[in-house]
Ligand binder design. Structure first.
Ligand SMILES: Nc1ncnc2c1ncn2[C@@H]1O[C@H](COP(=O)(O)OP(=O)(O)OP(=O)(O)O)[C@@H](O)[C@H]1O
Ligand SMILES: [Mg+2]
Length: 253
């Protein structure tokens, strides 16, 4: 899926959080965003997903060259956008299996039988080394931080998204779980090479597993520098307040 964020300016409660944000992600590309706390990264991901609390005062979000600004969250989900939240929400009274089944049914015209669905769900859960019993627990309720992240990836695998935003997927996942989850994502990408990915992270470890073609540094709601993987290494080493003028270090245009 091609995604273009064009001069996106977004206000929340009268405060500008995203300021002329520009980013183009082409079909099949993996991009990463790094930036200090409060830079606007999670806001960006929720704006792309269509959260109504944000006031878009300028710019556009184009998917395959068409604006999606008028589409609601569920319509964007049907288009193939999936957001793995930094802090996944829980839902009381509905099981993991029920939530995922309902969204799969809503997103695909050809409804799967319950038997087929459960078979696929359990196979994906075992890829993620999840306990199948957890599929019968309330959605994310009482799950640990890392388990919630796995639950979200399970949901993503079942929805077969075309654009996945991973908002700090790595936070909360232990070293082994991060490997298991990123292996599953890489396998998904191999089977669905047109899928685009946006990884939001503070650390390069996840990028060692899912290699981005481009890395963008975000500060005060804008992309202030773009480069390749070496930009991520430079940020991790020296932080955000260094000079980024050294071209040979970052391979930036
Ligand atoms: N509903 C809101 N009301 C007021 N301010 C908000 C609201 N939502 C976000 N903000 C502010 O917008 C800024 C950007 O928040 P955001 O969560 O996007 O940052 P972030 O880059 O994801 O940071 P982190 O790395 O800590 O996750 C913060 O200063 C935050 O307090
Ligand atoms: Mg955030």
């Amino acid at each position: 899926m091609d995604i273009e964020l064009k001069d996106l300016t977004v206000k929340v409660n009268d405060k500008i959080i995203l300021n002329n944000f520009n980013l183009q992600i082409n079909k099949g590309e993996i991009h990463a965003i790094m930036g200090p706390n409060g830079a606007g990264k999670s806001t960006l991901s929720k704006v792309i997903m269509g959260y109504p609390d944000y006031n878009i005062i300028n710019g556009d979000i184009l998917v395959n060259k068409e604006s999606i600004l008028k589409l609601k969250i569920d319509e964007r989900s049907r288009l193939g956008i999936f957001l793995v939240y930094q802090n996944p929400i829980s839902i009381e009274g509905v099981t993991m299996r029920e939530v995922i089944k309902a969204s799969v049914d809503a997103n695909f015209e050809n409804k799967k039988s319950l038997y087929e669905f459960v078979k696929e769900l359990e196979s994906s859960a075992s890829k993620l080394e999840m306990d199948k019993k957890n599929l019968h627990r309330d959605f994310n309720l009482g799950f640990s931080g890392g388990e919630r992240k796995k639950n979200e990836i399970l949901w993503a695998l079942m929805l077969k998204p075309k654009f996945i935003i991973l908002d700090e997927l790595d936070s909360g996942l232990d070293v082994d779980s991060l490997k298991i989850v990123t292996d599953a994502i890489n396998q998904y990408l191999k089977e669905n090479p047109d899928t685009s990915i946006l990884i939001i992270t503070h650390y390069t470890r996840i990028l060692d597993y899912i290699n981005p073609k481009f890395v963008h540094m975000v500060k005060d709601g804008s992309v202030i520098k773009s480069g390749d993987f070496s930009l991520a290494k430079l940020i991790e080493k020296n932080g955000y307040n260094q000079s980024f003028d050294i071209k040979e270090d970052t391979n930036c245009e």
